[in-house]
Design a protein. Structure first.
Length: 224
């Protein structure tokens, strides 16, 4: 009886060792197969639902547990990272398009002064005696006639641009305004000899005594 018991125990011990050896061999085979499968999946870039779950589990297992009393940090799931990109793209699409900045208008170029409107030919009976205007001599009168200026009324109607053009053409440097040509021409065109004589004199025309008389403006300019 004791011999059979010893043999049975030996056989059971032998079966146990054989089972352990077979279990180790199978475990090594399965581990190698799993490693090759993971390597092939990583090389081919194949990431199916099963692989995402496996990666998430492995990542969660590799994270160290938090200290006592502190909450564990949230683990981002692959599905959340996949769905985040479309949300951002839809938000960008919903944003209003930026309008280009309005361009500031260019500064207007100042208009060049224009010459006064002159007559194409001398008027019948001749023009006015422009030399009566203080500051107009024979040479300037001929220049004005060449420009078609023959009447006091023409000078009286000059605009600021036309005065500027005449000053530049005759190289007067403001002489037309300084000597008040327009005021003189207005008085002469209106026939107001009394006011013209008081302000500017007789303008080269001799009075009843046979002398030319200077006006208040002319005498003031001569004194200065």
């Amino acid at each position: 009886m004791s011999t059979l018991t010893v043999e049975l125990a030996l056989w059971m011990l032998l079966a146990f060792f054989v089972g352990c050896i077979i279990g180790c061999i199978l475990h090594a085979i399965f581990a190698a197969s799993r490693s090759r499968a993971l390597a092939m999946a990583a090389q081919e870039g194949a990431a199916g639902p099963h692989q995402w779950t496996l990666s998430a589990v492995e990542h969660a297992g590799s994270v160290a547990p938090p200290p006592a009393g502190e909450a564990a940090p949230p683990v981002a799931s692959p599905a959340a990272s996949v769905t985040a990109a479309p949300a951002e793209s839809s938000t960008a699409a919903s944003r209003p398009a930026m309008k280009p900045a309005a361009q500031e208008p260019a500064e207007a170029t100042p208009a060049k002064p224009r010459p006064p409107q002159g007559l194409s030919a001398p008027p019948e009976g001749g023009g006015d005696n422009l030399q009566r205007i203080s500051g107009v001599g024979p040479k300037i009168e001929r220049t004005l006639n060449r420009l078609g200026i023959y009447r006091y009324q023409q000078i009286a109607a000059w605009t600021a641009d036309e005065v500027h053009w005449v000053d530049g053409h005759l190289k007067f440097s403001g002489r037309v305004a300084r000597e008040e040509w327009i005021m003189q021409a207005r008085l002469l065109a209106a026939g107001d000899e009394e006011e013209f004589g008081r302000q500017f004199g007789t303008g080269g025309v001799k009075d009843a005594s046979g002398k030319s008389r200077s006006g208040a403006h002319t005498r003031r300019k001569r004194r200065s």
